[in-house]
Write a protein that binds this ligand. Structure first.
Ligand SMILES: [Fe+2]
Length: 433
């Protein structure tokens, strides 16, 4: 959606007064002022001219459309049914896809998928199994029924026999496939395949596409193991500061070359000196390592706890496949234990995708608004909206940090409330005013 207010931000950032902008864009000052005061529309010709002459992109003039104005958005079972489509592999029906809720504000792309291929054995080399080529999005999967999950790890085809409540995570581009295991009840297995982007989103893709493969690959830090990751990360910071280990030694008498050669990680005291000397956060000197490509979580081994307490059991949380490399992505199965309305509010600082796994209708109150979820309904809840669920039932929850997590959360926290309000108001599209 084109937003006039966005022009104001562009001009502010580029330090252009209306008269300067008018000159650059070859339009009258009156026209610019009319756009800025919402008396006339920002036309595409002006945007194109601006993109042509200034270091900005088309996206700088467009704002998000909020499709969850109430604080949440629901997709009902029958709407999911309407999105049904059969995906073939090798000319034969292989998957039945159904959409569940998605919002323009969050990176979830969740599908309910029925596995149409029924296999009589559990060999990962079964010719009936059709692997895909993997995809850019992360995938969290919750299993319902007798499903075989196939994946390729270190060039080897593998299989995991999954049942209801089991879950898995696969990182981008892991080739995978799913089938139904032959069973007496002749049930078809299903999965909730929740794909999503995390820190590497479309904006990042735009940037690395413009940089190209050869430049982008030079960014990479070697995360192979604890020590390699530590040194690769440190060297990256030194490179970015154009300080050599030699210069650092001259300055601090600490010989990093020697420590690196001894294949050790420096002492805490030395790491503190590095962070002080290079003006870095201490925590930035500890990169992740041994990152997982595939994680399988069996239901029987899930960690679980009552919420809010052992005494007041309104909810039972079961932790599904959570991994440290995505600290803001959390999957849970939530059993609702209280038939009556209660006061155990959840206040979650992340985007939430929730699917009613059970066979009963459950009630919710979100931000003071009442509603319900029937079986197979799904709901997206915006971050920081206080809510409760009640009536007995079972939900699948996936939480994602979205853009406001990690470093961006810390930077947001550094802005005063007054300035944060100003930042948001200045960026609002005119039609919301
Ligand atoms: Fe997938």
């Amino acid at each position: 959606m084109v937003s006039n207010i966005k022009l104001r931000k562009v001009l502010n950032d580029l330090k252009r007064r209306p008269e300067d902008a008018a000159k650059d864009l070859k339009i009258s000052v009156t026209k610019i002022n009319n756009i800025l005061s919402n008396k006339s529309k920002l036309d595409f010709k002006t945007i194109s001219r601006a993109v042509k002459i200034w270091p900005i992109n088309y996206g700088d003039f467009f704002s998000f459309y909020d499709d969850a104005k109430l604080g949440f958005k629901i997709m009902r079972h029958n709407e999911s049914e309407k999105s049904k489509r059969i995906m073939k592999r090798g000319g034969k029906p292989y998957y039945l896809y159904k959409d569940t809720v998605m919002s323009k504000l969050s990176p979830f792309r969740p599908e309910l998928i029925t596995e149409l291929e029924v296999v009589a054995n559990d060999s990962p080399k079964n010719s009936k199994v059709r692997f895909n080529n993997g995809h850019f999005l992360h995938q969290f999967t919750y299993f319902i029924g007798p499903v075989n999950f196939y994946y390729i790890e270190k060039n080897r085809k593998k299989v995991a026999k999954m049942n209801t409540g089991d879950s898995m995570y696969i990182s981008p581009y892991v080739c995978h496939s799913f089938t139904t295991r032959k069973n007496k009840k002749k049930l078809l297995g299903k999965i909730l395949a929740l794909t999503y982007s995390d820190k590497l989103d479309n904006e990042t893709l735009n940037e690395i596409t413009a940089l190209g493969f050869n430049i982008t690959k030079k960014y990479k830090i070697n995360l192979k193991d604890h020590k390699t990751a530590f040194w690769s990360n440190i060297e990256n910071f030194f490179k970015n500061s154009s300080i050599t280990f030699k210069e650092f030694k001259r300055n601090t008498s600490i010989d990093l070359d020697k420590i690196k050669k001894s294949k050790k990680i420096p002492s805490e005291k030395i790491i503190k000196k590095i962070s002080h000397n290079l003006k870095l956060n201490y925590r930035d000197l500890f990169p992740p390592n041994n990152t997982l490509e595939v994680k399988i979580q069996k239901y029987s081994n899930c960690k679980n706890w009552f919420y809010p307490s052992m005494k007041k059991k309104d909810y039972l949380f079961k932790e599904l496949t959570n991994i440290p490399q995505l600290p803001f992505s959390r999957g849970y199965e939530l059993t609702l234990l209280n038939e009556k309305k209660h006061k155990s509010f959840l206040d979650v600082p992340s985007h939430q995708y929730i699917y009613n796994l059970g066979t009963t209708k459950i009630n919710f109150i979100i931000n003071g608004k009442k509603g319900y979820l029937n079986p197979s309904d799904s709901i997206y809840i915006k971050p920081n909206n206080k809510h409760i669920f009640y009536k007995k039932g079972k939900l699948l929850i996936l939480r994602l940090g979205g853009r406001i997590s990690g470093d961006s959360l810390y930077q947001l926290s550094m802005i005063s409330e007054k300035n944060l309000k100003k930042t948001i108001d200045d960026n609002r599209p005119w039609f919301n005013k």
